[in-house]
Design a protein around this ligand. Structure first.
Ligand code: DGL
Length: 279
C-alpha cells in the first residue's frame, strides 16, 4: 500500500542519527511532505561491511521511491560512503543528496591546521572520505576517531551518562592535546550530542555539524529542478522503522519535539525489499 502518491522527500539513516538532518530540513521546509526511514534492525551500520550497507540502502531507496519520494536524502555518512555513487548510477533520474565528512569547511577554518574527525569505521574506509581529504585537506593534519560504542549509546537514549562521556573524552582528549581547533562530526548521530561535545572541547574549538548545509542543499535542488513536493499546514512527516516503533517514537519526541506515530517495516531478505508490517 502506498502512504501517499504525492511527491515527497525520502530521507533515511540506520537509526535516530538521521533526525539531526531531518530537523534541519524541516526547519527550512516546514510544510513539505517527508518520509523518513530508520533501519534500526541493522544499526550500527558503521560496523557492517560496505557491501551490506549498500544492499540495505538500495532496498530502502526502492521503498521510498515506491511511496512517492521525488528526491532522496542519504542522512547517513556510512550509507553515503557505501552507496551514494551506486545509487546515483542506478537511479539517474532521481536527485540524491548524501553526506560527506565536512573536511572542506574544517580545512578552510582551521588556523592550527589540525582537525579532528569523528566518524564510523565504514565511513573512514570509504573512497568518499579519502577523496575529500585528498581534495581539500592535503596540508592539514587530520586526527580520526571511530568512537566505538557511541552510536549504540545514542540509540539507547543514553545521551548524558558517564559511559557516553567517557567514549567522547577518549576520542577527543588526545586530539585536543595535539592542538586541533576544529572537530568534524562525520556521523549524523553525533550532532545529537553536540552540547556534550562542546562542553568537552571548550569554546576555542569549533564543532562542525554538516546538517544545516545539507538542508540548504536539499532546498536548492528542489527549487532548481522544480520538484513538486506535497505540502501541508500540519506536521507532514511519515516516520518508519525496521526496529521497535515505540522506541523510535520516544526518540522522535526527544529530538524533534513532536509526538508522531511510527510505522513498522520489515525486511524481506530474499528480495531485499521492505514492506509495512500488518498490510
Ligand atoms: N548515522 C550514521 C552515519 O552518519 C550511521 C551510524 C551507524 O549506524 O553506525 O554514519
Amino acid at each position: 500500500m502506498k502512504i501517499s502518491s504525492d511527491g515527497s522527500i525520502g530521507v533515511f539513516d540506520s537509526g535516530v542519527g538521521g533526525l539531526s538532518v531531518l530537523r534541519e530540513i524541516k526547519h527550512l521546509l516546514p510544510a513539505d511532505k517527508i518520509l523518513f526511514i530508520a533501519d534500526q534492525v541493522h544499526v550500527p551500520y558503521g560496523e557492517k561491511t560496505l557491501k551490506d550497507v549498500r544492499q540495505y540502502s538500495f532496498g530502502i531507496v526502492r521503498f521510498l521511491l515506491n511511496q512517492g519520494a521525488k528526491m532522496i536524502v542519504v542522512a547517513c555518512n556510512t550509507a553515503s560512503a557505501a552507496a551514494l555513487h551506486s545509487l546515483r548510477s542506478e537511479f539517474p533520474e532521481v536527485p540524491i543528496v548524501g553526506m560527506e565528512p565536512a573536511v572542506k569547511p574544517a580545512a578552510e577554518y582551521s588556523r592550527t591546521r589540525k582537525v579532528g574527525v569523528l566518524a564510523t569505521p565504514a565511513t573512514f574506509q570509504g573512497e568518499l572520505y579519502a577523496s575529500v581529504v585528498e581534495k581539500f585537506a592535503k596540508d592539514v593534519q587530520i586526527y580520526q576517531h571511530t568512537c566505538p560504542g557511541l552510536v549504540t549509546q545514542i540509540e539507547k537514549g543514553d545521551l548524558w551518562s558517564l559511559p557516553t562521556q567517557e567514549i567522547l573524552e577518549s576520542a577527543l582528549n588526545p586530539m585536543l592535546a595535539e592542538g586541533i581547533d576544529t572537530v568534524v562530526l562525520g556521523c549524523t548521530h553525533y550532532p545529537l550530542l553536540i552540547q556534550l561535545i562542546k562542553n568537552i572541547v571548550g569554546e576555542e574549538v569549533r564543532v562542525i555539524d554538516p546538517a544545516p548545509a545539507i538542508a540548504s542543499r536539499v532546498k536548492f535542488i528542489l527549487d532548481e529542478k522544480m520538484i513538486k513536493v506535497s505540502k501541508s499546514l500540519y506536521s507532514n512527516l511519515s516516520m518508519f522503522t525496521t526496529g521497535e516503533p515505540g522506541n523510535f517514537e520516544n526518540a522522535i519526541s526527544i529530538f524533534l519535539k513532536e509526538d508522531l506515530q511510527v510505522t513498522h517495516l520489515a525486511w524481506d531478505q530474499t528480495n531485499n525489499n521492505l514492506h509495512i508490517i500488518g498490510l
